[in-house]
Design a protein around this ligand. Structure first.
Ligand SMILES: O=C(O)C1=C[C@@H](OP(=O)(O)O)[C@@H](O)[C@H](O)C1
Ligand SMILES: C=C(OP(=O)(O)O)C(=O)O
Length: 455
């Protein structure tokens, strides 16, 4: 969290004066889209990524792969693929793999997936690839990827910083093999090495050596998508050693993949049902998924709502009463900001644990949530590994967002119940959810008497 941001634009968060009753179509998953792009770029044949998320993080990924020589064409497709399903017509990315070339320059913005997933890809290029990004990207942990790639045979020039900016001197191939990584600061270190692993001469065997590994569902997502692309992956869950993942060298298939809705970005909309005692349906909620956002069904039910998965999607219904929770969120850390906002509106205390690594996300999320909710009259304290939230009556005010999309959506949730919340730089939601203000007001359009604070 840096103290000051240059943004002066304030978005008056709409206050709900009634129960929401809406269906909200949530755009595609950032995590699935960016994995799909990387795997398609490394494949031996062209593939499709349908219903991709088009947001800052995914456009940065596509542009970076293009800079390395991969063809990515935007199309409006009417799919004839059975895999795509009857209603999968619509926008798609056609990915045409090619030899990976340097010199190239990659702007990672502040996308963890781009800054961590692409250095291993760059090691396969035939020349130098320079990586840089937003000022915050220089502070986010990358040492796990850098050290592991060096151990696997890559040459990287990072001025001994263990962080961005850096240059990967691609040599056209990487030896690969066994490597140890402390991924306690980001699961993305492991995902990064596994995703490119099939293309290393010896494949890769990644052993996590540090304390608790966060975001395991995201590693499962990596493994799942690798397997669907034809890779052979051994995991702790498939009978392998604890904390060891092994990917064999192989060609990857070009897939026809339909991206699921981003279930973590469904969080503010489901929260609206909880906060207003209303009902929100998110269509196309997958029956089976590796996305951490699927845990919202359990977490928000524990906080006082109920949910039902039908053909129409996931319908979440609130009662207007919110109960605090004591929850370990280390597997689903990216859900924390919205859960914290809901907890601040509950009728009992919450403790959110297991999320110390959030201090290294888009901003220091623990510090930012505590400061901003407290500035609205709340009582949030940082613990060693999370937050303690004691609900108090809140008042309006400016909610600073620190270039963090999830801080902005959390603020919108507070604004439903607290008149006069003004969200600084709501446009920062474009990192993963570009149409957030429109989706939000569209959802509230279904509330009789919805008002916009400050208007
Ligand atoms: O692999 C991914 O797509 C992600 C993994 C998680 O990262 P961390 O393990 O760094 O928390 C998550 O928070 C991030 O939003 C997306
Ligand atoms: C931590 C997040 O993003 P990133 O992929 O940049 O790590 C997030 O989206 O909550």
């Amino acid at each position: 969290m840096t103290e000051s941001t240059a943004h002066t634009d304030l978005w008056p968060a709409p206050t709900a004066t009634g129960a929401v009753d809406a269906t909200v179509t949530v755009p595609g998953s950032k995590s699935v889209t960016n994995r799909a792009l990387v795997l398609a770029a490394l494949a031996a044949e062209p593939g499709w990524v349908r219903r991709p998320l088009r947001s800052r993080d995914t456009v940065l990924m596509a542009d970076a792969l293009r800079a390395l020589g991969v063809g990515i064409e935007e199309t409006v497709s009417s799919s004839s693929s059975p895999a795509a399903g009857p209603d999968a017509a619509g926008e798609a990315w056609r990915v045409i793999p090619a030899g990976l070339h340097g010199p190239a320059t990659v702007d990672v913005g502040n996308a963890g997936t781009v800054m961590r997933f692409l250095p291993p890809v760059a090691a396969l290029a035939d020349g130098p690839v320079r990586f840089d990004g937003d000022p915050r990207s220089h502070e986010r942990p990358l040492h796990g990827v850098i050290d592991a790639l060096r151990a696997l045979g890559a040459r990287i020039d990072d001025n001994d910083r263990g962080a961005l900016p850096l240059t990967v001197h691609g040599a056209g191939a990487l030896e690969g093999g066994p490597v140890e990584v402390d991924a306690s600061s980001s699961s993305q270190f492991i995902s990064a090495l596994l995703l490119s692993g099939p293309r290393f001469n010896q494949g890769v065997e990644v052993r996590h050596t540090g304390p608790v590994l966060p975001s395991l569902p995201h590693i499962r997502m990596t493994v799942d998508m690798l397997r669907q692309a034809g890779a052979q992956v051994d995991t702790p869950e498939s009978g392998g050693e604890p904390n060891v993942w092994r990917v064999s060298p192989s060609a990857l298939l070009g897939r026809d993949l339909v991206v699921e809705p981003d279930l973590s970005n469904a969080a503010p909309f489901l929260a609206a049902a909880l906060v207003t005692g209303g009902r929100v349906t998110v269509p196309d909620w997958p029956e089976r998924t590796t996305q951490p956002g699927d845990s919202l069904r359990e977490i928000f039910t524990a906080m006082g709502g109920s949910c039902e998965l039908t053909e129409a999607g996931l319908t979440f219904t609130g009662t207007g009463r919110i109960t605090g929770i004591d929850a370990d969120l280390h597997e689903v850390g990216e859900l924390t900001p919205v859960i914290a906002a809901v907890a601040a509106l509950a009728d009992s205390e919450s403790v959110l644990r297991g999320i110390a690594h959030l201090r290294l996300h888009e901003t220091d999320r623990l510090a930012a949530l505590a400061k901003e909710i407290n500035e609205l009259g709340g009582d949030v304290t940082e613990t060693e590994d999370g937050l303690r939230i004691r609900p108090r009556p809140l008042h309006g005010g400016v909610f600073h967002t620190y270039e963090d999309h999830r801080l902005a959506t959390a603020a919108a949730v507070l604004g439903l119940a607290v008149p006069g919340v003004e969200v600084e730089n709501v446009a920062t939601t474009a990192k993963t959810l570009p149409d957030f203000p429109e989706l939000w007001t569209g959802m509230l359009g279904s509330v009789a008497g919805a008002t916009v604070a400050g208007s």
